[in-house]
Design a protein around this ligand. Structure first.
Ligand code: PLP
Length: 234
């Protein structure tokens, strides 16, 4: 193929530098932001290249693809389920993920809990929040989160570790900041309630187009695909 050769190594380095700068700009110097390389549609060889350059977390949005990557790459790296999860697919990912970012309904919580119990494990999850209330996106509405969370707290084999959102596809900085700030404030609100069965360690927000803004607004987990691997071919 013609065109500019993509250097995965350079891309990762640029992102890491941008993360540091964004942290500095927002007075969070020295804090950590976890970079999840989003590997959907990306073949194994290119993922291996990213792993060679320090990537330890990969994100997939489809169960079938996560399975393929898991079979090929094994359990030395961390898998993140970042996409909509069908209840009947839960058994395929159980015990394979470090974090499920897309908990958005009680039926899914129950299934994750049931399967985790069977395996004798605790599955860690983030609540996906559809902050901008976009029709096309999954996730809880902001005002549903507290009541949902209290229903999930009684489930012993899943543990809530934070919140996740996907911002609208826009370059409007104010719109994006508002979404990120809303999720941050929600996280702080939940934290202040001191539920002992959960923690609010992770705020998963920011993708290729908006991760710097997300960090400035408090993100500590970013999910970046095309800025590492180039444009995806579906
Ligand atoms: C694809 C995807 C990403 C990464 O998107 P890029 O714009 O390529 O960085 C992040 N989060 C979710 C949930 C995704 O599906």
């Amino acid at each position: 193929m013609e065109g500019i050769k993509i250097s995965i190594q350079d891309n990762i380095q640029i992102i890491e530098e941008n993360v540091e700068k964004a942290l500095k700009r927002s007075g969070r110097d020295g804090e950590k932001v976890e970079l999840i390389a989003v590997t959907k549609t990306i073949d194994i060889d290119r993922i291996k290249e990213a792993l060679d350059y320090g990537i330890v977390n990969i994100g997939e949005n489809r169960v079938q693809e996560l399975d393929i990557k898991y079979e090929a790459l094994g359990n030395k790296i961390n898998y993140h389920m970042i996409g909509h999860l069908q209840t009947n697919k839960v058994r395929n990912i159980i015990n394979r993920t470090r974090l499920v970012h897309s908990l958005d309904r009680l039926s899914l919580a129950n299934e994750l809990d049931k399967r985790s119990k069977k395996e004798g494990i605790i599955t860690e999850v983030l609540l996906q929040v559809n902050v901008a209330e976009e029709e096309t996106k999954f996730g809880l509405e902001v005002n549903e989160v507290l009541s949902f969370l209290e229903k999930v707290l009684v489930l012993e084999n899943i543990r809530i570790r934070g919140l996740m959102t996907i911002a609208p596809h826009t370059s409007d900085e104010e719109v994006l900041r508002k979404v990120f700030r809303t999720l941050y404030n929600l996280k702080e609100d939940i934290k202040s309630r001191n539920y002992k069965e959960l923690s609010m360690d992770y705020l998963s927000m920011g993708m290729s187009n908006d991760y710097e803004l997300a960090i400035e607004e408090g993100s500590n987990m970013i999910r970046v695909g095309s800025n590492i691997f180039g444009k995806r071919n579906y």
